[in-house]
Design a protein around this ligand. Sequence first.
Ligand SMILES: Nc1ncnc2c1ncn2[C@@H]1O[C@H](COP(=O)(O)OP(=O)(O)OP(=O)(O)O)[C@@H](O)[C@H]1O
Ligand SMILES: [Mg+2]
Length: 357
Amino acid sequence: MNQVLESLKSKDMIQNEMMYREIVEYSVETIFIHVDHEILYINQAGSDFLKGSKKDIIGADPLCIIQDVFKPMIVERFRKAMLASGPIEVIEQTIARLDGSYVDVEFYCHPVQFGGRKAIQTGLRDITERKNTERQLNEREKLASIGQMAVGIAHEVKNPLTSVKGFLQLVKETNTHPYLQAMESELEKAIDTLQNLLQVSKPNLYEEPMIEIDLCKELSSLIFLFQDKLYNTEIEMDLRNSDQMIVGKKNLFLKAFFNLIKNALEAMPEKGKIRIEHYFQNDCIHVKISDNGIGIPKDKIDCLGTPFYSSKGEGTGLGLTQVFTTVREYGGTVQVQSELGIGTTFLVQLPLHPTIG
Ligand SMILES: Nc1ncnc2c1ncn2[C@@H]1O[C@H](COP(=O)(O)OP(=O)(O)OP(=O)(O)O)[C@@H](O)[C@H]1O
Ligand SMILES: [Mg+2]
C-alpha cells in the first residue's frame, strides 16, 4: 500500500515538474535557473533576450551578464535567495547581453527545486520602455521648470525696465543726445520680448473679450499674411462645416494658427505643400495643418511646446508654447504626427464650448 502511495506521489511530482517546466519554457519573460555559478536551464524567451543560444548560456556563470561593479551585490542576492523560503525583493539593474548591448531590467530571484536539488530561479523583465519614458519625463520637467523660471524672471525684470523707459522719456524732454533714441528703441525691444514671453506662457492673463470665431474665414485671411513667402509653396485648403464656431479670444487663436502655418513654411525651405483642413466631428472643431517638410525627430516630439525649445538658429522657441497653452487653456488638444523627411501634421481639436474661459 505504502509503495503504491509513494509511486502515485512521485508521479504527481513528475507531472507537476513537467507542468512547471512548460509554464517557464513558454513564459514571455526571461527565466533561468542556476546554482553554484552555473546556469542549469534557460527558457527560449531568455536566450532570445540575452542574444545567445541556449548552448552558449547553459553552463555559463550567471554573473557573466553583470557589470563588474555590481557583481558583489548580485552574489549577495544569490546567497540570500538560496537561504530564503520565497521571492526576495525585486531590484532594477542594467545587464550586459551576450552581443555586448546593455539593457535595463527588473531582476527577481527565488529559490526552487530543480532536478531534486535546491537552486535559484532568476527572472528578468525588460523595462527599457519604462526607463526611456522616465528619462523623457525628467527631461521635460527640467525644461518646463526652466521655462517657468524664465517666466518668473521676465515678470520681475519687465517692471523696472518699464520704469527706466519712463525716466528715459523724461530725459528726452530736456536733452537731445543722439543715443537717447537708440536707447529707447532697444529698451522697447527688450520689453516686447518679455511681454511676449509672459503672454505666451499665460494666455489667460491676456485681456480680450470672448467672441464667436469663424475659423474658416480667419484661416483664409491668415494665409495672406504669408504672401511674400508663398512663391514656391502650394497651399491647399479644405474648409468644411464653416457654420460651426468656437467662442474664444480671437487674437490668441489667430496667433496660434499663424505660428503653426509659420512653422510649416519654415520646415520647407525649398518647394513644398501645406494643407489646411477645417471640419466638425464629435462636437469638436478640427483644424489640421500638414506640411511635407523636414519632419521632427521622434525623440524631440515630447519637447514641443516647452518654452525655448527650438532647432532654428533664429527661433525663440515660443511659437508652439503659445499654441499649446492657448489650445489647452481653452480645453482643446494638440496632436502631432511627424516623420523625418516626409512631413508633419498638427491636429488641433477645439470643443464648441470651452471648458475653461
Ligand atoms: N511643422 C514643423 N516641421 C518641422 N519641425 C517643426 C514644425 N513645427 C515645429 N517644429 C520644431 O519645433 C521647434 C519649436 O517650434 P516653435 O514654433 O515653438 O519655435 P521656433 O519655430 O523654433 O521659433 P519661433 O519662436 O520663431 O516660433 C522648431 O524649432 C522645430 O524644430
Ligand atoms: Mg515657430
